[in-house]
Design a protein around this ligand. Sequence first.
Ligand code: GDP
Length: 217
Amino acid sequence: MQASETKLDSNEALERGRWLFVQECRFISGAASLAQVPETVLPEVAFAGRSNVGKSSLINALTGRKTLARTSNTPGRTRQINFFDLGGRLMLADLPGYGFARAPKEQISGWTELIDAYLKGRAELRRCCLLIDARHGAKDSDRKVMAMLDGAAVSYQVVIVKSDKITETELAARGQALIGELAGHPAAHPKVIPASSRLGSGIAELRAALAALAANR
Ligand code: GDP
């Protein structure tokens, strides 16, 4: 076991994560361009994933709110990054979902332009949680985002979501496959976190990982 793992899974780290995520979480604003991204002095964590991967459910499970993050991934609807202030210590950025099979070309290039500008231009961004569906593993659209994150040198950690949809054995195999794939990516965190918003598993570990990035006051 690595030293960082010991620290992350310690009771103290879990308690710090629990404490952070019971703080008030406040919607700040939505940004459809880099110019609209709100100014902040807080460290920031972004959440990215294919549409329908379970991103809203994960953000709601983390913050203990049922309707904080809403699914706004209907094709054709305005895509924006939504910002939330968590207890004046951490900014959460909910990135628009990607990977629509039938999305028009302009929509894909609009998404890519916004996310690329954000990843490269956001000095406060400490980490991106990249959500991957336990049943499907990494898809080509996820790999494109990994390449964008590597290119922007933004540290990212894979969260395997909807882990309740597969067996423990399948989950272990999925985790190993992803760890193997991530080893070739310079900005990827070596540890993946399995989670189920439905069952609440993995949520405490993810809170602890994110609390380690939050501002101390
Ligand atoms: P988003 O589009 O990425 O924000 O995804 P949503 O959070 O709206 O979730 C998409 C669908 O997946 C919804 O029907 C959710 O109920 C379902 N879902 C989300 N998280 C989980 C989970 O942990 N387990 C299971 N079984 N279903 C989930």
